[in-house]
Each structure stands twice: as structure tokens, then as C-alpha cells.
Design a protein around this ligand. Structure first.
Ligand SMILES: Nc1nc2c(ncn2[C@@H]2O[C@H](COP(=O)(O)OP(=O)(O)OP(=O)(O)O)[C@@H](O)[C@H]2O)c(=O)[nH]1
Ligand SMILES: [Mg+2]
Ligand SMILES: [Zn+2]
Length: 301
């Protein structure tokens, strides 16, 4: 007897995939041969159709269309990126957060900015809030230590597939352990000491939350791969700049050296924070350099 079923891939090790079936069961499946021939690799987060055979072997037979696909971490169909920053040490890396935010815009992932370690705030709450309040993104204050704000975070994650990201030691794993006490994942110095050996070979894994969602932890050094981006379009990934661009004198204004630029005027008026704008210029220059050489890689082969 063959049963056709549907579910979501939570874990993939070698050629074995753990699928959580819509019936609540857990199934270990192999991918059917067709995928290898077509160079399709099932990913964690994929919604799949699979067949359960009475011989005990199950096979993934179909992969539903993906909302998005990330390369690092290799995961499909993310709804939310939980960007964790610290109110104390480590000091906020705003450039990293900006990059993660632009990646969210590209991949159609909703970002949530979480200021953790609020129990030990050293000015981080005010600083981070003023950098991002004009973006319109959700900003939550939490403490994995006291539990403050964790219920709001749980509500943000409810029913969604979320991924935790951000610098090392901001408290991503601590927050997850707080939200899901059954997990008890490794945190703190211990996890950092073994980072290279442990995390780099670690498997991407989704964890089921109690309210119909799923969540993925990532180690601090991993960065969402940012898609090749035309620098001329970068400002469209900044919600505070996007709407203002139409008031610039020149169409196609990149808001750097052009006169009568509405974005620069907004910066001067304090409507866009200076730091956020300065980092936009840095990112523009970084992308412009990459973009100039975008065909070099293919030329080598
Ligand atoms: N005071 C305080 N300390 C915290 C809080 N959350 C985490 N920490 C501490 O910060 C350190 C790092 O926490 P982790 O949860 O391992 O940080 P991480 O972001 O997962 O780090 P990586 O896995 O290396 O990326 C640990 O010593 C935690 O005890 C918090 O809300 N308040
Ligand atoms: Mg961690
Ligand atoms: Zn402009």
C-alpha cells in the first residue's frame, strides 16, 4: 500500500530527510531519483509531498513552489527573520543589521528587530531604537534572563517559519531556550569555544513551536547571502528612503552626489538617521565595486 502525504522538511542529514507530516507524524524520507537527475535538492523548510510505503521506506515525490530560498543557511520558505541585537555587549553592529534588513527586502522575509539583554541596558536600547524606528519594522525589547518581552516575541513568531540571526553572543540561543524550554541548546562561552568545530558542520534544523510555527537558530558568524544587487536600486530596499526618491530632482537619483536630493534633505532634517544614511553610502560603494566585476567570475571558467 502507498500513502500519499504532505508535510514540511525539518531536517536533512545526508540523503535522509525528516518530514513532519500534516497528520502530526514524523517520517524519515529519501528523495526520489527524479530530483537527482534534475539537480533539485530538497531543503529544510520545503513543503513536500511524500509517499509512505508499507516496506518502511518513504520517498519525497514533489516539492511545492518555494516562497524564497537562502543559500546560507540552506533553508526555504522563511517568513520572518528575527534580528537579535544587544542592549549591552557585544556593541551593536549596525552595518550587519542593515545588510540583514536589505536581504529581508530582497527575499520577501519580514524582519523583526529584537533588542535583547534589556536587563543590563547600557544605552543600547535608545541607540538601536533611534537607528531603526523610522523604518517601520517591529522593534521588540527582550531579556532572555528575566523573560521580559519574550511573550511579544513568541506572538511575532506564532504560526510562522522564523530564523534567528545576528552577531555572536547577543543571546539568540538563550532566547530560543527561554521560548522553548524543551530545547536546551548550548549557549554562551561553551558554544563559542566549539564554534568552528561544531557550528560549521552543524545541520540546519527547524524546531517546531507549540503554536504551529517553526524556528531555526543560526550561529553568529553566518550571514544571509545577499543576492547580487544593482547598486542603483539599493535605496529601494530602505523603507525610509523608498518613498522619498520620487521627490528628487533627477529620476534615477542614487542620493549620494546629486543636487536637490529629497533623501539627503530628509537626512538633514533628521527624518533619516545620519548613521543609517552613512552606512547606505558605504553599502552602495561596496555593491558598486562588486557590480563592476559581476562578470569576472564567469570569465574565469
Ligand atoms: N544579561 C543578559 N545576558 C544574556 C541574555 N541573553 C543571553 N545572555 C548571555 O549572553 C551570552 C551569549 O548568549 P548566546 O545565547 O549563546 O548567544 P548567541 O547569540 O546564541 O551566540 P552564537 O551562538 O555564538 O551566535 C551567554 O553568556 C548568555 O548567558 C540576556 O537577556 N541578558
Ligand atoms: Mg547560539
Ligand atoms: Zn535623491
Amino acid at each position: 500500500m502507498i500513502d500519499k502525504m504532505r508535510g514540511v522538511i525539518y531536517k536533512g542529514i545526508g540523503s535522509f530527510y525528516t518530514v513532519h507530516g500534516d497528520d502530526g507524524g514524523e517520517y524519515v524520507c529519501k528523495a526520489c531519483g527524479r530530483f537527482r537527475k534534475e539537480h533539485i535538492i530538497p531543503l529544510v523548510g520545503d513543503r513536500v509531498e511524500f509517499s509512505v510505503k508499507d516496506t518502511g521506506h518513504s520517498f519525497i515525490t514533489d516539492i511545492c513552489e518555494r516562497k524564497n530560498v537562502l543559500v546560507r543557511p540552506a533553508v526555504a520558505n522563511l517568513d520572518k527573520l528575527i534580528i537579535v541585537m544587544s542592549a549591552t555587549v557585544p556593541k551593536a553592529d549596525f552595518y550587519l543589521t542593515d545588510k540583514l534588513l536589505t536581504a529581508c527586502e530582497q527575499y520577501k522575509i519580514t524582519p523583526v528587530i529584537v533588542i535583547n539583554k534589556c536587563d543590563a541596558d547600557e544605552g543600547g536600547i535608545a541607540e538601536i531604537t533611534s537607528e531603526y524606528e523610522k523604518t517601520g519594522y517591529s522593534i521588540l525589547r527582550t531579556s532572555a534572563q528575566s523573560g521580559e518581552g519574550t511573550e511579544q516575541l513568541r506572538a511575532e513568531m506564532s504560526g510562522c517559519v522564523s530564523c534567528f540571526a545576528g552577531q555572536s553572543a547577543v543571546g539568540k540561543t538563550s532566547l530560543l531556550n527561554r521560548l522553548m524550554p524543551g530545547l536546551s541548546m548550548q549557549t554562551g562561552d561553551l558554544s563559542r569555544k566549539t564554534e568552528r568545530g561544531k557550528h560549521t558542520t552543524r545541520h540546519v534544523q527547524l524546531w517546531e513551536t507549540s503554536d504551529g510555527g517553526a524556528v531555526l537558530d543560526t550561529p553568529g558568524f553566518s550571514l544571509l547571502e545577499i543576492q547580487e544587487q544593482n547598486p542603483e536600486k539599493l535605496s529601494e530596499l530602505y523603507p525610509e528612503m523608498k518613498g522619498k526618491g520620487k521627490d528628487c530632482r533627477f529620476s534615477g537619483c542614487v542620493h549620494i552626489n546629486e543636487p536637490d536630493c529629497a533623501v539627503k534633505a530628509a537626512v538633514a532634517l533628521g527624518e533619516i538617521p545620519n548613521g543609517r544614511y552613512a552606512r547606505y553610502v558605504s553599502m552602495y560603494n561596496e555593491l558598486a565595486e562588486e557590480y563592476k566585476h559581476r562578470y569576472d567570475k564567469t570569465k574565469l571558467h
